[in-house]
Design a protein around this ligand. Structure first.
Ligand code: SF4
Length: 341
């Protein structure tokens, strides 16, 4: 780690500690599908799948599986980062219904990241959401046009300017080809839209896309620390990846409040999950919730208590054994489950 970055992290950490309590959290995105009708953002997994999926409806997740994730997130103390998914998969009314159901299961209003919404659409979601996120990937206009040719920035700007009364956020990716001097585009955007939150991912190159390499730890930290220094109060959520768990303590010290993206429901209680918790402690943060300790919950009873239609409860009950087995793959309790069967 070079001296310049270490000094930057130190400055960012001091500012962070003046503006935020020593608490961090795990963020969990809930995806509704693995397909989208745009599918030409050049870094995106979905851009590699479009030709393979003949019917978009086959790429949707079932609602009970979405609701199981919301229930598990609640019981584990994870924050739902946002409800998201590909464009054009569910009819609009169904999306509103899903947001309602997820917020009921989670027990609080949620964040939404479903593409550029009109004012009327935002209002339809309003009873169930606390904030709205725009996945802009990069703010440098020429680079944005190259990376996301069919996803212009302007409709997202319009959405953010019409989202009065809601919290606002953007998601960006480091490693798409941005330069450090492009920070000014980001800073101006945060300022202009008075953002409450930013989710910053590190590029994870997907086979079949033009990218072979993600950003270095130094580069990722540079962006996080500069956001924290320039915007002391903003919530920064940083994405991580299996190969970069070691950097999490530095990412937190550079100013991130939460960590997201790593598939923790498949890795609950794994050595990696223990490592992440240690990284929070190493950064002087107490983690909200748990990645390693199974809460004392009777899950089936929990499902039966939910304020949702009976057919969805039954769908969750039917799916639960499969989900539980995956969730507890690394947990000693898996033996008890297998014995019961
Ligand atoms: S719009 Fe979103 S999901 Fe669709 S290709 Fe672009 S980044 Fe991927």
């Amino acid at each position: 780690m070079n001296k310049e970055i270490l000094e930057l992290i130190h400055r960012a950490e001091l500012i962070h500690n003046q503006h935020h309590p020593p608490i961090g959290w795990w963020g969990r995105c809930i995806f509704l599908s693995w397909y989208c009708t745009i599918a030409d953002c050049d870094f995106c997994y979905r851009s590699t799948q479009k030709s393979r999926i003949q019917h978009a409806s086959h790429a949707r997740r079932s609602i009970p599986s979405v609701l199981i994730e919301a229930m598990v997130a609640k019981q584990m103390g994870w924050r739902i980062e946002f409800l998201t998914g590909g464009f054009g998969i569910f009819p609009f009314d169904e999306l509103v219904n899903i947001a309602d159901l997820v917020s009921r299961v989670y027990g609080e209003k949620i964040w939404l990241n479903l593409g550029p919404l009109s004012k009327a659409q935002i209002n339809a979601f309003r009873p169930y959401i606390k904030g709205i996120c725009a996945s802009l990937e990069t703010l440098e206009p020429i680079l944005h046009e190259k990376v996301c040719p069919s996803k212009p920035i302007a409709p997202y700007e319009k959405m953010l300017s019409q989202a009065e009364g809601l919290k606002k956020s953007i998601a960006i990716i480091i490693g798409l080809g941005e330069k450090r001097e492009d920070f000014s585009y980001l800073g101006q955007f945060i300022e202009k839209h008075q953002l409450d939150r930013i989710t910053i991912y590190r590029l994870h190159p997907i086979p079949g896309t033009p990218y072979a390499k993600g950003p270095s730890t130094e580069e990722f930290l540079w962006w996080i620390a500069n956001i924290r220094i320039s915007f002391p109060d903003i919530q920064i959520i940083a994405g991580t990846h299996a190969d970069f768990l070691d950097e999490i303590d530095l990412v937190l010290r550079a100013g991130a409040l939460g960590i997201t993206k790593y598939p923790i429901s498949k890795k609950f209680c794994s050595p990696e999950a223990h490592l992440i918790e240690k990284k929070f402690i190493g950064a002087g943060r107490q983690m909200r919730g748990t990645l390693t300790t199974l809460p004392l919950v009777d899950w089936l009873q929990e499902i039966s208590r939910l304020d949702i239609p009976d057919d969805l409860k039954q769908g969750m009950i039917d799916l639960w054994p499969q989900y539980e087995k995956r969730l507890l793959r690394y947990h000693p309790a898996i033996n008890q489950i297998e014995i019961k069967k």
